[in-house]
Write a protein that binds this ligand. Structure first.
Ligand code: ADP
Ligand code: MG
Ligand code: ZN
Length: 472
């Protein structure tokens, strides 16, 4: 059998988190009683006039700038005509030949660039709800603003698709244009896929799997569709260009409709809306609003001596990263602050939602203060750990829990005495250590820590114990 290569391109719909819809003042809030977030404009009654929400254009431009796009100085809205019950006007207002953003890219960790063909703005449609054998329609989502991010067919594996979607999601969250919740449908992907013999440059015929809103299903659907197309080609049958749906019960893709071409939609300029003109000054003013983006943050963290895993974990939420930035500012060893966050704080705030919200009573300044105590050797790591737990419980500062005595630490002479005492009092443990049982040492260190109520530096105590025992 010949070897085949997967070729995929993605169209990702991201719901923008503007307060109001794209052409009217209705709320964009998720959920709500069906058909309560609606007005004559967003259910498309005849004769109403849409008015473009400026914030949608700003968010679209921000998304383009964050993904290295060129912003189109002249852009316009078009009608895409089709009949389906989720769209009572029988056309969706979208963008056809003059999208807001062009020619961007997102860089994967391997350095490979996934090219973005375009980003355009459009309105979402309503939602069909299938219940008790009937189909209902809820127009609350109708008119919610979307951006559609279209890539070139640059993906060669499921992993690349996944990494791209995760990066896009994180970028959009960072710049604040969307919450990108896949489970609520605010980020949905249409996956276009074809296969070709390895080494071939020509593109094969593709199919499109619509509306994937989970990473797990996306991976399964891609794998299934890859195998299916390879089987077809191997048995000499053509792949039919069509639109598919992934059935998560059977794990198979099934046909929704044959693929329509652009000319089937009879695109034309939306006559009720004005042309969108964007000046260079407006673009620069928006660029100035962009925060430091995740890839750059991560590179900076690595340069600060943070390890790869901690750096990747810190940037997963903008609030966490900014908390770290503030806490680590001016520290000799920023990785101390990273360790408190990725270790103890992430233990407590373990879900993605908790890390996104990052509601913690500890302030960055309080963590900074604790890190200074550790750096200066006034507070050993064990004591700092238990203190930090108390800080997270109460929101109080480290010095509330550390007496002057604690902070004085234990000087080396005193520690040596305590080690001697522990050795004298634990003859049998000492005996087994000297007999070759290395782990017995841990018990002795434990005894020293108990004796000093955790104030001793465990590493130093270990060394002193080893030194004394050598002389035994
Ligand atoms: P449409 O809007 O009709 O779905 P486009 O031609 O603009 O179509 O392509 C949509 C997506 O399909 C893009 O992400 C593109 O990269 C991808 N694509 C196009 N041709 C192929 C192909 N042969 N194999 C895989 N993906 C493809
Ligand atoms: Mg498409
Ligand atoms: Zn409305």
């Amino acid at each position: 059998m010949r070897e085949y290569e997967l070729v995929a391109g993605l169209e990702t719909h991201v719901e923008l988190s503007t307060k109001t819809k794209i052409f009217c003042g209705c709320t964009t809030a998720f959920g709500g009683e069906p058909n309560t977030h609606c007005c004559p404009i967003c259910i498309g009654l005849p004769g109403v006039l849409p008015k473009l929400n400026r914030q949608v254009v700003r968010y679209g431009i921000l998304a383009g700038l964050a993904t290295n796009c060129r912003i189109n100085p002249v852009s316009k809205m078009d009608r895409k005509n089709y009949v389906y019950p989720d769209l009572p006007k029988a056309y969706q207002v979208s963008q056809y030949d003059k999208p807001l953003c062009l020619d961007g890219y997102i860089t994967l960790d391997s350095g490979k660039k996934i090219r973005l063909t375009r980003i355009h703005i459009e309105e979402d449609a309503g939602k069909l709800v299938h219940e008790r054998g009937d189909t209902f329609v809820d127009y609350n989502r109708g008119g919610v603003p979307l951006i559609e991010v279209v890539t070139e067919p640059d993906f060669r594996s499921v992993d690349e698709v996944r990494e791209y979607v995760e990066k896009l999601q994180l970028l959009m969250k960072y710049i604040g244009v969307s919450d990108c919740k896949m489970q609520e449908g605010s980020l949905r992907c249409d996956v276009n896929i074809s296969v070709r013999p390895k080494g071939s440059q020509a593109l094969g015929t593709r199919t499109e799997i619509k509306n994937m809103n989970s990473f797990a299903f996306m991976a399964k659907a891609l794998e299934y569709e890859f195998e299916r197309q390879v089987d077809l080609l191997e048995s000499g049958e053509p792949v039919v260009q069509e639109t598919l749906r992934y059935n998560d019960v059977t794990g198979e893709t099934e046909s929704m409709r044959s693929k329509e071409d652009a000319h089937d939609y009879r695109y034309f300029k939306e006559p009720d809306l004005v042309t969108i003109r964007t000046s260079q000054e407006e673009i620069e003013a928006l660029r100035a609003l962009l925060p430091e983006l995740p890839d750059r943050k991560k590179a900076r963290y690595l340069a600060m001596g943070i390890n790869e895993g901690d750096a990747a974990a810190l940037i997963r939420s903008r609030k966490v990263a900014e908390f770290f930035d503030e806490a680590a500012e001016g520290l000799k060893m920023p990785k101390t602050a990273a360790a408190f966050i990725v270790g103890q704080m992430f233990n407590r705030y373990s879900t993605e939602a908790q890390r996104d919200a990052w509601e913690t009573p500890v302030t960055p300044a309080q963590l900074h203060e604790l890190c200074l105590l550790v750096e200066s050797g006034k507070c050993n790591r064990n004591l700092a750990k238990t203190t930090f737990e108390k800080m997270m419980d109460t929101g109080k500062s480290a010095h509330e829990f550390l007496s002057a005595d604690d902070l004085a630490g234990i000087d080396e002479g005193r520690l040596r005495e305590i080690c001697q005492k522990v050795i004298a009092e634990n003859a049998s443990v000492v005996h087994s250590y000297l007999g070759g049982k290395e782990t017995a040492l841990k018990a002795l260190v434990g005894a020293v820590m108990r004796e000093t109520r955790g104030r001793a530096d465990a590493a130093k105590a270990t060394q002193l114990l080893i030194d004394s025992l050598k002389k035994e």
